[in-house]
Design a protein around this ligand. Structure first.
Ligand code: ADP
Ligand code: ZN
Length: 752
């Protein structure tokens, strides 16, 4: 800004407060601009606040800001408009929205600054200063005089093998690729196998992936048509939303890559959202191979400092493509020409607590503001998305067949009703044995981790439950403990029943850990690996398993839904679904949709290479339409059946939903509050004459979580504006006891 600093700034604070506050800028503070942070006196406290505007006519009495915290704006006026839209739509305070949109690391960086607050106490604030993106990293290479590696094994051997092909690698990369820890590396150095050198690096953990540049592929007809339509839309430089509906293995990624290339050639930038970036190393690698540097990757494995470094590269315009999970929708990328939402049906695009936004939905809003193409990609689009495409609200780009004319896998539904308890039917066992014999890879899917998910005493019937959550404990054999999968609670596995002091504890409810054990016994020569949250907890643990499967050094991959997610494993010729039933029986109107998506995605892992694939799905509900249509690769058939159900019960896409969730440690308090609030809603509904159905109050399906009792009220309306009107006036009027937590969830995804 060239003119003198304005006298009065309007700010919001990162607290659950709706209001905007004004402060005077003292003469000595200059250069203040929209999007910067300032330190302000606030009641008895000193707070960081965000400058969102300037006021020309100051009210009589104003406090002064204490300090200006930034030397450049953290957000633009255009981004502020986007934040405002989100705050308004999700009924969440703007200050908290802005805080959520900015990287957490922003407060970690720079100097701590002490200032005196108005009540005389000293407060310490983090102050952003530039130039701290350099950190030190250790690099390793094989020692020229290296000794005999024959006596090495395990991770150390893997390190040597990796270094032999890569020449040199950083500690970060070695840790990720081989799982070695600092002590292991030190021992290798001491034993003279490798040498170590410390160098300064610009932190970007994904950048150093080994890669070779590749060229655009010759497109299939369907891919070509999709790219042609996207290119034409890019040329118009107007908002244009699309559904890219491609069956598994149809080459959606190549469509993203080639249309993004066009977008970059226009001098515009691209934002790519993926459900969980830790689970999609293959996609990131393909982008790196095609576009090289100039890509920022934001993922949950980044430290706060790393995240901030990436954020700043983007803010400075050094980045052309941003790839990230949910929160990347707020990336400070300017001149966006294209936003991709890969696997748009994934529930993880929805933030489950605090500011409960949905990045998939916000992508459409941001795309509209920026005049960008928005591509929602999926083999199994949400019912609402396909509905929008059919009614012309989204452009429809179908990829109906697999690339290279590969067939979709042959599928078999295995009816397990009345069969013995054995988790694997003879049919599945025989198929596995045959596949193993001919050298094919098998993927076994079971969506429950741990050893046994239901532990009961045979003598007295005592069931092991979490004292904090309304769920049973899961036994983890390797750790010899029982865990709650919802909170931190765990206990050592007792040898006698705590209920009767004797008895035998029976392990029911098969989990992946136990399945792995059984598979190893059944196929002792097979190379087996398990992929679930327990085996991939370390940084890069996931990528390591994927690399092994890709390299063909695994025969049987066992896993939870992690294995279903978009991986491209050409060697997998058999997929076994141990049980398709768990997701079907959840008390949620989306349970059929989720099951259809999950099973379709798992099926899609088979037969992506030269050998055709086969899939066996075990179930107790062989007639369920979610399963029959998934096995028939029949999305439209499933859609028709599901739409009829949604229409009958007035669920999305026929109505819009909002949930009010209440929780408290005292069961009585939350129940009473829930009833009072439902009454209040009914009163407001009559007063405002809005067309909203109020369902509940009712206990949430998970009646207790982390020690808090939970109740819900569900609101449903065919008019989104009515829903918002009711909730806005409710928010102004509602008062709950301090011990009750109340949150409003617009377009809720997780209804448990
Ligand atoms: P999807 O995400 O649709 O399941 P992918 O994008 O993972 O599919 O593509 C599946 C495989 O097909 C990948 O190995 C990819 O490299 C390959 N592929 C994509 N497009 C083509 C093409 N036009 N010709 C040959 N192979 C292709
Ligand atoms: Zn618990």
């Amino acid at each position: 800004m060239s003119e003198a600093s304005p006298l009065i700034v309007d700010v919001v604070v990162p607290l659950p407060l709706e209001a905007t506050y004004s402060y005077r800028v003292p003469d000595e503070i200059t250069g203040i601009r929209l999007g910067m942070r300032v330190l302000v006196p606030f009641g008895r406290r000193t707070l960081t606040a965000y400058v969102i505007g300037f006021t020309a006519h100051p009210p009589a009495e104003l406090k002064e800001i204490i300090a200006l915290l930034d030397s450049y704006p953290l957000f633009t006026a255009g981004e502020l408009e986007f934040f405002r839209w989100a705050a308004d739509y999700y009924l969440h305070p703007l200050g908290e929205v802005i805080r959520a949109a900015l990287p957490a690391g922003i407060n970690l960086t720079g100097k701590r600054q002490q200032s005196i607050s108005i009540d005389g106490t000293t407060v310490t604030e983090e102050v952003l200063v530039g130039g701290r993106s350099i950190s030190k990293e250790r690099f390793y290479r094989p020692d020229d005089r290296q000794g005999d590696t024959a006596r090495l094994r395990g991770k150390k051997l893997a390190v040597m093998e990796f270094l032999r092909s890569a020449g040199e690698a950083s500690a970060t990369l070695l840790r990720r690729e081989t799982g070695i820890d600092a002590a292991g590396l030190r021992q290798l150095v001491q034993a003279g196998f490798i040498t170590c050198e410390e160098r300064e690096v610009y932190r970007d953990p994904f950048r150093e992936e080994v890669r070779t540049r590749d060229e655009p592929l010759a497109l299939t007809d369907a891919q070509g048509e999709a790219v042609r339509l996207l290119t034409a839309a890019l040329e118009r430089r107007l908002f244009a939303p699309f559904l890219l509906h491609g069956v598994t293995g149809s080459g959606k990624t190549e469509v993203y890559l080639q249309s993004i290339a066009h977008c970059l050639a226009q001098g515009r930038r691209a934002l790519v959202l993926v459900p969980e970036i830790g689970l999609t190393p293959q996609l990131v690698r393909r982008f790196r191979c095609r576009f090289g540097d100039g890509i920022a990757v934001l993922h949950s494995g980044l430290s706060a400092g790393e995240r901030f470094d990436e954020w700043r590269r983007i803010r400075r315009g050094e980045v052309e493509i941003v790839i990230g999970a949910r929160s990347a929708i707020f990336a400070p990328l300017e001149r966006i020409g294209m936003i991709i939402v890969d696997e748009e049906h994934e529930g993880s695009y929805k933030q489950g607590e605090g500011f409960r936004y949905n990045a998939r939905d916000l992508a459409l809003i941001r795309g509209r503001k920026d005049g960008a193409c928005v591509v929602l990609g999926s083999a199994t689009p949400q019912i609402a998305t396909y509905h929008a495409a059919k009614s012309g609200k989204l452009g429809y780009l179908p990829l109906p067949g697999r690339v290279r004319n590969l067939p979709l896998p042959e599928t078999v539904l295995v009816d397990c009703r009345g069969k013995r308890k054995d988790p694997l039917t003879p049919l599945l066992k025989e198929a596995m044995a045959a596949n193993l014999a001919k050298g094919g890879q098998t993927l076994l899917f079971l969506n429950r981790r741990g050893y046994a998910t239901y532990l009961v005493c045979e003598a007295c019937g005592h069931v092991f439950r979490c004292p904090n959550c309304a769920v049973t404990l899961t036994h983890h054999r390797r750790k010899s403990r029982h865990y709650c999968h919802y909170c931190d609670y765990s206990i050592p596995a007792p040898s006698v029943c705590p209920g009767c002091g004797g008895g035998e504890i029976v392990h029911l409810g098969l989990g992946t850990e136990r399945l792995e054990e059984e598979i190893r016994q059944l196929f002792p020569t097979a190379r087996v690996i398990r992929m679930d949250r327990d085996t991939t907890s370390g940084k890069g643990g996931h990528a390591r398993i994927i690399r092994q499967v890709e390299a063909g050094s695994i025969d049987i991959l066992i896993g939870t839904q992690m294995v279903a997610k978009g991986h491209d494993f050409p060697g997998v010729t058999l997929v076994g679904v141990v049980s398709a039933d768990a997701a079907l029986n959840l008390p949620d109107f989306r349970s059929a949709e989720r099951t259809f998506q999950l099973i379709t995605q798992v099926i899609g892992r088979a037969g992506r290479g030269d050998q055709p694939g086969r899939v066996l799905v075990q179930t107790l509900a062989p007639e369920h339409y979610a399963l029959t249509h998934a096995l028939a690769h029949d999305y439209p058939g499933f859609y028709d059946a599901e739409l009829a159900f949604r229409s009958e019960l007035d669920y999305p896409p026929f109505a819009f939903l909002a949930a009010i969730e209440l929780s408290a440690t005292a069961a009585r308090t939350v129940e009473e509050t829930a009833h009072r609030i439902a009454d209040e809603l009914s009163r407001l509904k009559r007063a405002k004459a809005v067309r909203v159905t109020i369902l509940g109050p009712a206990p949430a399906p998970l009646t207790m979580l982390r020690g808090r009792h939970r109740w819900q009220i569900l609101l449903k309306s065919r008019q989104r504006s009515d829903l918002h009107r009711l909730l806005r006036s409710f928010r102004e009027a509602c008062v709950v006891p301090a011990t009750v937590r109340l949150s409003i969830d617009i377009d809720p995804v997780d209804m448990l």
